[in-house]
Design a protein around this ligand. Structure first.
Ligand code: AMP
Length: 434
């Protein structure tokens, strides 16, 4: 892995996991899995978490956020476990994530970090789409760490399989998604069940402005860590302009030309996955699909096959955009542009993780042009408009001209006005006040 070393602010030495005061079972394990030094987010977040502070941490996708919250939690549990063990059906550390795949991935990482605690720490994953009885049994006798998607967690609470009264730490992974309106009802129910005194840790690659209001009310004097840095990214972003009718042809041309071992393609609708897979099949490319209408068994099978190289082309909706760690994924392609600029970052962040070189390609036709400008503006990037020989856009000149004119003509503050049109999120929902 090629993460940059972190200089200690007080000296010229490089921060090590040992200097972060992690206990030896963790240090041994980190050594075994070749985590030679903390990533920037780990170096900054771990001391604050160990000191008991609330934090809001923003860092690039694939920058080691899971270990940034998991290691200090495990560290504190090691100390606690000498006196206490998990009891009843209580949980002391709760990690909420937006998708089932992420719940499994995060709990697998935690179990891997904890192997040298020799079973002293109990981690349970709670997610929909699979048997609830197995999870009920796993939760019996209490848990140290539960990694959960909100819906299934509430089902288990309602069945008395789990109680949140003794939660000491709450982590919201992909926090902006967890705090979005899509999860508002579930999250407000869960928050109302938590004790008043708790440590809250928010991690995400993107923090839209609406979330800021919520976080100031939810957190207690949080430490803010912002490490999103486009220049440090190992991900190359490219943009191809193409006529709408030529998009599939260009996509199949790129896949064949580059012969990527794995290609993750994003579209905006479940039906579009199958539609595009059929069109690629006609061009001799076999692709599998991944979306929320597939059963959990099929989702797990497809994802595992993709991760291990059994499937080369995977067409997915945004359900695959968040947090998934697919080792050395060479390329992500936006066949459809994502609706929100935040989703753009999450999608492309599936490639170029852990310091590896990655590639993100967006295919845009005339109708996407304005939307891509918005994405660029939001993320303060500008990508060269490329044309692939043989797939040139008929109205490319017009597009470039229109964009330049628009950018010049745009009065200051227009972005702000537009953002204000979005309905503000009601902080009371999260605080259980309404
Ligand atoms: P995450 O952002 O937590 O999904 O992590 C992205 C990838 O980085 C995963 O494959 C981790 O195993 C890897 N990773 C996390 N921390 C380190 C580290 N300190 N050194 C090397 N690899 C790491």
């Amino acid at each position: 892995m090629t993460f940059n070393a972190i200089p200690d602010t007080n000296s010229d030495t490089v921060i090590s996991f040992k200097s972060l005061k992690l206990v030896s079972p963790l240090l041994t394990r980190l050594d075994e899995i070749h985590y030679t030094k903390p990533t920037p987010i780990q170096a900054q977040a771990i001391p604050s978490i160990l000191a008991g502070r609330d934090i809001i941490a923003g860092a690039n996708t694939g920058s080691g956020k899971t270990a940034a919250f998991a290691l200090p939690i495990l560290n504190s549990l090691d100390a606690v476990n000498k006196k206490h063990k998990a009891t009843g059906n209580f949980v002391t550390h709760l990690i909420l994530v937006p998708t089932r795949e992420l719940a499994k991935q995060v709990s697998d990482s935690i179990k891997s970090y904890a192997v040298h605690f020799n079973g002293a720490i109990k981690t349970v994953s709670v997610l929909g789409g699979v048997s609830i009885n197995t999870q009920m049994q796993a939760l019996r006798g209490g848990s140290d760490i539960v990694v959960a998607t909100p819906g299934r967690l509430l089902d288990l609470i309602n069945s008395n399989a789990l109680k949140l009264d003794k939660v000491q730490t709450l982590v919201l992974d992909e926090a902006d998604r967890m705090l979005s309106l899509g999860f508002s009802d579930e999250l407000s129910s869960l928050l109302s069940l938590l004790p008043t005194k708790k440590q809250i840790l928010l991690f995400s690659a993107t923090f839209p402005e609406q979330v800021n209001t919520l976080t100031t009310e939810l957190l207690n004097d949080p430490v803010e860590i912002q490490l999103q840095n486009a220049e440090e990214s190992t991900l190359v972003q490219r943009l191809f302009t193409v006529d709408k009718g030529q998009k599939t042809a260009l996509l199949s041309h790129l896949i064949k030309q580059h012969q990527w071992q794995q290609t993750l393609i994003f579209v905006n609708a479940k039906t579009a996955c199958k539609h595009l897979a059929d069109k690629l099949a006609k061009r001799g490319i076999t692709a599998e699909v991944f979306h929320g209408d597939k059963g959990q068994g099929a989702r797990t099978r497809v994802l595992n096959a993709f991760k291990t190289g059994g499937i080369q082309v995977l067409i997915a909706t945004d359900i695959a955009a968040r947090g998934l760690d697919i080792e050395k994924l060479p390329v992500v392609i936006n066949f459809d542009l994502p609706r929100s600029p935040a989703d753009y970052m999450h999608r492309i962040g599936r490639s170029g993780r852990a310091g590896e070189i990655g590639l993100a390609i967006s295919l845009i036709d005339y109708e996407d042009y304005h939307h891509f400008n918005v994405i660029e503006k939001k993320h303060k990037i500008y990508l060269e408009r490329e044309q692939e020989p043989g797939f040139e856009t008929t109205n490319f000149e017009k597009l470039v001209f229109e964009t330049k004119t628009k950018l010049k003509a745009q009065p200051k503050g227009i972005g702000k006005k537009k953002r204000n049109k979005q309905p503000p999120i009601n902080a009371d929902i999260w605080l259980g006040k309404s």
